[in-house]
Design a protein around this ligand. Structure first.
Ligand code: SF4
Ligand code: SF4
Length: 86
């Protein structure tokens, strides 16, 4: 069974300058540059897979304040109830 994503990244496309540092730094290759252009004529970064661990490296390497937001996703708890024995 595939491991659930532990993180999620949002990129503010108008703040991103398309430098690619986040793409190069992500240890699980969860980022890519979009083929689309923003108002600066840059190819903004975006999350490309659900492998994000929420480590925050892309946030720390990004030179543009406010371009990257990392969310750490809470572990989903599955409750298992025993069937009542009648
Ligand atoms: S938070 Fe970590 S794992 Fe997730 S995209 Fe950024 S560098 Fe990659
Ligand atoms: S490091 Fe920041 S500015 Fe550079 S591509 Fe990633 S989000 Fe954009």
């Amino acid at each position: 069974m595939a491991e659930a994503a532990r993180g999620k990244v949002e990129v503010n496309w108008e703040e991103c300058k398309g430098c690619g540092l986040c793409v190069e730094s992500c240890p699980v290759q969860a980022m890519e540059l979009s083929p689309q252009l923003n108002h600066c004529g840059a190819h903004p970064a975006r999350q490309s897979t659900d492998k994000c661990s929420g480590c925050g490296i892309c946030y720390y390497v990004c030179p543009e304040p406010g371009a990257v937001t990392v969310y750490r996703l809470a572990a989903r708890t599955i409750e298992v109830h025993d069937a009542a024995v009648v």
